[in-house]
Ligand binder design. Structure first.
Ligand code: MOS
Length: 747
């Protein structure tokens, strides 16, 4: 690590994951791994048409099959009280109606659940589900965005439908300009852990749910709303979550089906989606077609930009995201027009997926900048620096912190950018064409509200508790690190309890905000703990009565008088001396009101070196360097893992991933992990992640900003830009597979 770029005053923590051993030894239990006495197994049968109505459904074969306990369809489904009040828990963020499972006979997408079969084993339920026979009144499916853009009216009144900043067509009058269309297919989250719900009703109005969720409190709210239950009667557990990427941010219809099924039979029930169901029942990143136009002066200063996006949603929900936001936010450009249309198709509802919006919008924007750099004959980093925003271009506010320039420098140095010959198609390694590409990623740095309980015990151990879940970034590890740094207590004496809705309410893990939000609560709680320790220490003769917290040093895991550390007391002795068993703090940390004066973003800069084989079109990514401004890095090892993981996701999106629907039938073609390609170990090159590691002084007391989203945002553009540099071929459609490279002409 280069000292120049790191805040050498900050401890460069290298804590192992506190839950790492449990995860790799199999001791960690996930939602589908809880076995309850009398367990039953639910399996969903799906529609094999895409659009229409069910005219008849034959469940007799399934009902008579061995081990079957119940079959639920729209004809006999128990009423969900919340459905009638418009408080459908599956409505998500869109304000739409959500899919009310088994509520009517209308088929809205291929694979929509038409029956839940409950049996005494998973295998018997799976077999019986195959015996469900439905007859349909079938209508022609409409799933093709290209068709929709020709024939349909987009949904009105969406966020970012049209934003005009400055002069509308300013880019057209610029001396140097580019205009291109970029296409991105459906991407799916498909974390390793399948979505699963295990349910046990503990009474008519009391239930315990083990759920794969990124938010135990939000799942609790959904279940309360659906079944009209009191908060204290809904217990949601998510001790471990095997990846989410956004797919576990909302309560999906299958979870409601599981609750419904267990209620009907009076027995505990476990429902695990199949891998194919993971492609249609828990959201995906919507397909998008985007036009980008950028005009600049000959000195590289941007005169105008235009970004027009079209994306898909379902017929029953209007999912939209910040697809065009980055174009408005990243560069200093007075004249920017964006337009974002969504089209309703006969597909299931998309949802947020890692870097939601920006991951899609950064592809045309950051490739467009690259195109412009060649048109200007200017280094692409230099072009970005000439248009570096010193204040937020959307509202003129200063940044609470911005170290993007430092990230460019850091990444440029580590990839050895100076070896790049600016001329496309000029570098070779044997038969292979070599290219360097880069791009920028941006995502808002957010902070929400979090409650936390902290208990410092007389034996010197510290317990922290909050109702959050950790889908993988290493939240417990980061929180333990923050507390360890603040209190001087070794990490192995600190425990962070999460994944339990009965703990003090914490945030949903989304929008790269957990460390900022929850870390603030941990940090504040430690400040209060220190005050309480100082107060309790009054009773000890060591400090001779009153001692101000400011005159005490806590960095060694004990109280010692600054300037005279012969006067010292262990935390345990303070607690025992005050005749307490523990010192307890309940913290409610809220966003810093001072943030209203600032804008806050995290930034990533991705650099890739590729080799392209001119005869086969095969792309090998040779080296990846990602440099980020994510504020202060509180837990180095998990931060590095998170950046590497995001890059691997970005690599999949750039070169492999593509959700394919056969538009003749509206049916998925590759809804399995054999045909939907994701990177395997052999596809992943050496990845280096670096951090500027400078604290944000305003956002939260920890100084951290978000990291989960920027790890992926922009990455596909860096790959496309490197391929252009290697080959002179500009591929504007993902994934960049060998056929596209072979077909494309040099431009
Ligand atoms: Mo993320 S898409 O906020 O899980």
């Amino acid at each position: 690590m280069d000292k120049l770029f790191f805040d050498t005053n900050a401890p460069m923590a290298d804590l192992d994951r506190v839950d790492g051993r449990a995860k790799v030894t199999g001791a960690a239990k996930y939602a589908a791994e809880y076995d309850l006495p009398g367990m039953t197994y639910g399996v969903l049968a799906g529609s094999n048409i895409t659009k229409g109505t069910i005219t008849a459904i034959d469940t007799k074969g399934a009902e008579k099959a061995p081990g079957v306990i119940a079959v639920i369809t729209h004809l006999n489904a128990p009423k969900i009280p919340g459905y009638d009040e418009g408080t459908n828990p599956a409505k998500g963020q869109t304000g739409g109606k959500g899919l009310r499972i088994f509520n009517d006979n209308i088929i809205r997408f291929n694979g929509q659940p038409i029956a839940l079969v409950i049996a005494d084993t998973f295998e018997r339920a799976t077999y019986a589900a195959s015996l469900i026979k439905a007859q349909y009144n079938k209508e022609a499916p409409h799933t093709d965005l290209v068709d929709a853009m020709k024939t349909d009216k987009p949904l009105e009144g969406q966020r970012y439908n049209e934003v005009v900043r400055g002069e509308k067509d300013a880019w057209k009058g610029a001396p140097v300009k580019i205009e291109s269309t970029y296409i991105m297919p459906i991407h799916v989250h498909n974390p390793m852990e399948l979505h699963a719900t295990t349910v046990r009703w503990d009474g008519d109005d009391k239930v315990t749910v083990w759920e794969k969720t990124q938010g135990v409190k939000s799942t609790q709210q959904s279940v309360m709303q659906a079944f009209k239950l009191e908060e204290k009667n809904v217990q949601v557990n998510a001790q471990y979550v095997g990846g989410g990427f956004g797919a576990a941010l909302r309560t999906w219809p299958h979870a409601i089906a599981a609750l419904m099924g267990a209620k009907k039979t009076g027995k505990p029930l476990k429902l695990v989606l199949t891998r194919p169901q993971m492609f249609t029942l828990v959201g995906y990143r919507p397909e998008a077609i985007q036009k980008i136009a950028i005009g600049a002066n000959t000195d590289g200063r941007l005169m105008g930009m235009m970004h027009e996006a079209a994306a898909i949603t379902s017929t029953y929900e209007a999912f939209n995201e910040g697809l065009v936001k980055m174009t408005l936010q990243l560069y200093a450009c007075a004249n920017v027009t964006t337009k974002y249309n969504i089209y309703q198709l006969d597909v299931s509802t998309p949802t947020w997926m890692r870097g939601p919006g920006e991951a899609t919008g950064s592809f045309p924007l950051e490739c467009g900048l690259d195109e412009l750099s060649y048109a200007l004959k200017m280094d692409p980093i230099e072009l970005r620096l000439r248009n570096y925003a010193e204040t937020d271009p959307e509202n003129g506010k200063p940044y609470s912190s911005k170290f993007l320039k430092e990230a460019y420098e850091l990444g440029k140095d580590k990839i050895d950018w100076k070896r790049r010959n600016p001329e496309p198609k000029s570098m070779k390694d044997g038969e292979w064409q070599v290219g360097y590409g880069m791009s920028t990623g941006l995502f808002g740095a957010f902070r929400g509200q979090a409650n936390l309980a902290a208990k410092l015990y007389a034996d010197g151990t510290l317990l922290l508790q909050s109702a959050v879940s950790d889908s993988g970034p290493g939240t417990a590890t980061a929180m333990v690190q923050i507390a360890s740094d603040a209190m001087g207590i070794p990490a192995n004496k600190i425990r962070f309890e999460l994944g339990d809705s009965s703990l003090p309410p914490g945030p949903t893990q989304g929008g790269s905000s957990t460390t900022s939000t929850l870390g603030a609560a941990v940090s504040n709680a430690c400040v209060t703990l220190k005050k309480k320790l100082a107060e309790a220490a009054k009773k000890s003769p060591v400090f001779g009565g009153d001692v101000a917290v400011e005159s005490l040093d806590f960095s060694k895991g004990e109280l010692s008088l600054k300037g005279d550390d012969s006067k010292r007391l262990s935390y345990g002795d303070v607690i025992k001396g005050a005749a307490l068993s523990s010192i307890d703090v309940i913290e409610n940390a809220v966003p810093n009101p001072a943030m209203q004066k600032y804008s806050a973003y995290s930034y990533s800069v991705h650099f890739v070196r590729v080799k392209v084989h001119p005869l086969t079109g095969v792309v090998r990514i040779d080296k990846i360097v990602t440099a980020a401004d994510a504020g202060k890095i509180v837990s180095y090892k998990t931060a590095e893992s998170q950046m590497i993981g995001g890059v691997v996701g970005g690599l999949g999106g750039a070169l492999m991933e593509e959700g394919v629907i056969d538009h003749r039938y509206g049916r998925w073609v590759n809804n399995n992990l054999a045909d939907y390609h994701v990177p395997v170990h052999a596809d992943v090159p050496h990845i280096e992640a670096y951090f500027v590691n400078k604290p944000d002084p305003v956002l939260n007391p920890v100084g951290s900003k978000g990291m989960g989203e920027i790890a992926l945002i922009g990455f596909a553009a860096a790959v496309a830009n490197a391929i252009y540099h290697a080959t002179g071929k500009r591929i504007r459609q993902l994934p960049i597979t060998p056929d596209k490279i072979l077909e494309a002409n040099s431009i």
